[in-house]
Design a protein around this ligand. Structure first.
Ligand SMILES: [Zn+2]
Ligand SMILES: [Zn+2]
Length: 100
């Protein structure tokens, strides 16, 4: 099973606060516990050391990213609109939950 993660901006283009997950990686807004969405650990290579960083975003963007994934999936998936498929159901659920 492959999990496609939302792409995030290159860490080198972000501010210190964005790199630390204090600000949204997309719009730079200051995050609170209520609005922060963890985007999952990303590999980070510094010279020959590989470590990780943990980008976070505000809740506005996750909604959009999931919705776009859903649209892309439905356009390519022959069974979605017909009998439905697991991927489509999962994406729809995620898009709905993100919109709450
Ligand atoms: Zn944002
Ligand atoms: Zn489908």
């Amino acid at each position: 099973m492959s999990t496609t993660r939302t792409p995030v901006p290159a860490i080198g283009t972000l501010s210190q606060r964005q790199q630390r997950g204090m600000d949204c990686v997309w719009c730079g807004v200051t995050l609170t516990a209520a609005t922060a969405i963890d985007l999952g650990p990303r590999p980070l290579r510094i010279l020959d050391q590989v470590s990780q960083w943990f980008p976070r975003s505000c809740d506005r963007h996750v909604d959009k990213a999931e919705y776009e994934k859903l649209l892309a999936h439905c356009a390519a998936c022959p069974t979605c609109l017909d009998t439905g498929c697991e991927d489509g159901a999962r994406l729809r659920r995620a898009a709905r939950e993100a919109r709450r």
